[in-house]
Design a protein around this ligand. Structure first.
Ligand code: KG4
Ligand code: ZN
Length: 393
């Protein structure tokens, strides 16, 4: 099954072609990512209007490049997958309209993929990880522990009560004058800093639930920085190292709890899986490795280039959905907000069995009867005026 994937939900314009074999193995035939860092750097964060315009300018060329590198033409595709949300709505619209046009012209099924679902399924693209597994989703807009039980079957075990983990990295970077994008810069500075110089809080440590909170940590860091301002290079490095250690220790504690909750509710997970841009952080990857070995669970962390936003994960999620007969009609709406537990599920075969329906040949996009993968009870138009956080309004 050959699927083109398109990603435009934030500040990366990306297209990829992925092949899913019948036995579930995957091959990434091309994976093009054009970052908009230069366009947004002067503003210290992503400017939604600029992002949408940049997607318009670049997307056609990126798709053409992805198809050329894959050495296939549109006629060979089995589907066109696009991130239809959640994300900055202008960019999502650009990607979705483009995908609809390709699907319509070439008479291919359209698969409207939830961006978070794509992060959640990346471990199956890279490692063929079997269900169920315990996912740590750590990105710019989300921090969640999720039981991934099947395609479209996600149970949230923990989430952040305030800032997302990537947002905390980005705000720390901004506060310390490290610019945008923040996560990588904070990690670089932390590598040469003293993590014990500043005593910062470890939010939510030891709590019974599996939730996160990062806004108190961010405030504590700001207060420490204000006490010693003006900051030297050494101060900045030490603040970054102290912040990163606090984050790492919090993540380990929360995941230990999340794994316990997972086992109580669903039995043993096949693996602990990390996904999302923050999973590119080496200190977090090292800590997860330790945790997994202590907890005697396999660890799957995709390579950094597949943790940060990319279109291979969108194509793969599209292929997984298509393999279950899930595709979407051409009137599918873009969605600024789209919780992971509201994505459409494959049909259950019989009562009480979480099995999936046999694959249904989706009709080409634009033809009547394309199955809509909206969750039960979801309104046809669930666009929200709220953009994801951590952007410059
Ligand atoms: O998954 P992603 O690429 O986009 C979203 O869906 O949000 O994640 C972006 C987030 C940003 O907050 C960025 O600062 C963070 O991931 N990030 C990192 C690192 N690389 C990216 N955070 C910490 N360390 C990194 N090396
Ligand atoms: Zn993402």
């Amino acid at each position: 099954m050959l699927v083109l994937g398109i990603e435009t939900t934030c500040d990366e314009t990306a297209a990829a072609v992925v092949e899913r074999h019948d036995d579930g193995r995957a091959a990434i035939l091309s994976n093009m990512v054009l970052s908009q860092i230069a366009e947004h750097a002067a503003f210290g964060g992503v400017v939604p209007e600029i992002a949408a315009r940049a997607h318009v300018e670049a997307l056609d060329l990126i798709i053409a490049a992805a198809m050329a590198e894959a050495g296939r033409d549109f006629a060979a595709l089995d589907g066109v997958a696009v991130a239809a949300g959640p994300g900055l709505i202008g960019g999502v619209i650009v990607g979705l309209i483009t995908a609809k046009a390709i699907a319509l012209v070439h008479e291919k099924p359209l698969i409207a993929v939830n961006h978070l679902e794509a992060h959640a399924l990346t471990a199956r693209l890279t490692d063929g990880t079997p269900f169920p597994y315990c996912l740590f989703l750590a990105s710019g807009g989300h921090t969640q522990i999720v039981a991934v039980r099947g395609v479209g079957d996600y149970v949230r075990l923990g989430t952040t009560r305030d800032d997302a983990i990537g947002e905390a990295f980005d705000k720390t970077a901004k506060l310390l004058g490290l610019g945008y994008p923040g996560g990588q810069r904070v990690e670089q500075e932390a590598a040469r800093g003293d993590p014990c110089r500043f005593i910062l809080p470890r939010p939510m440590l030891g709590r019974q639930d599996a939730d996160f909170s990062f806004s108190g940590l961010k405030t504590a860091l700001r207060l420490e920085a204000e006490k010693i301002a003006p900051l030297t290079d050494r101060d900045v490095a030490d603040l970054c190292a102290s912040f990163q250690l606090a984050v790492v220790e919090t993540v380990v504690d929360r995941l230990r709890r999340g794994l316990k909750v997972f086992r109580q509710r669903f039995g043993a997970p096949s693996a602990l899986v990390a996904a999302g841009g923050v999973a590119a952080n080496q200190a977090i990857r090292d800590a997860l490795l330790n945790l997994a070995s202590q907890d005697q669970v396999a660890l799957v962390v995709p390579p950094p280039s597949l943790c940060t936003d990319n279109a291979a994960m969108i194509a793969w999620a599209g292929a997984e959905r298509l393999a279950h007969g899930l595709c979407d009609a051409l009137d599918t709406s873009p969605r600024a907000r789209w919780p992971l537990d509201q994505v459409g599920k494959p049909l259950h075969t019989d009562a009480g069995t979480a099995g999936v329906s046999p694959a249904i040949a989706c009709p080409p996009a634009g033809r009547a009867g394309g199955r809509d993968a909206r969750g039960p009870g979801e309104p046809a138009d669930s666009m929200s005026p709220n953009p994801v956080p951590s952007v410059v309004a």
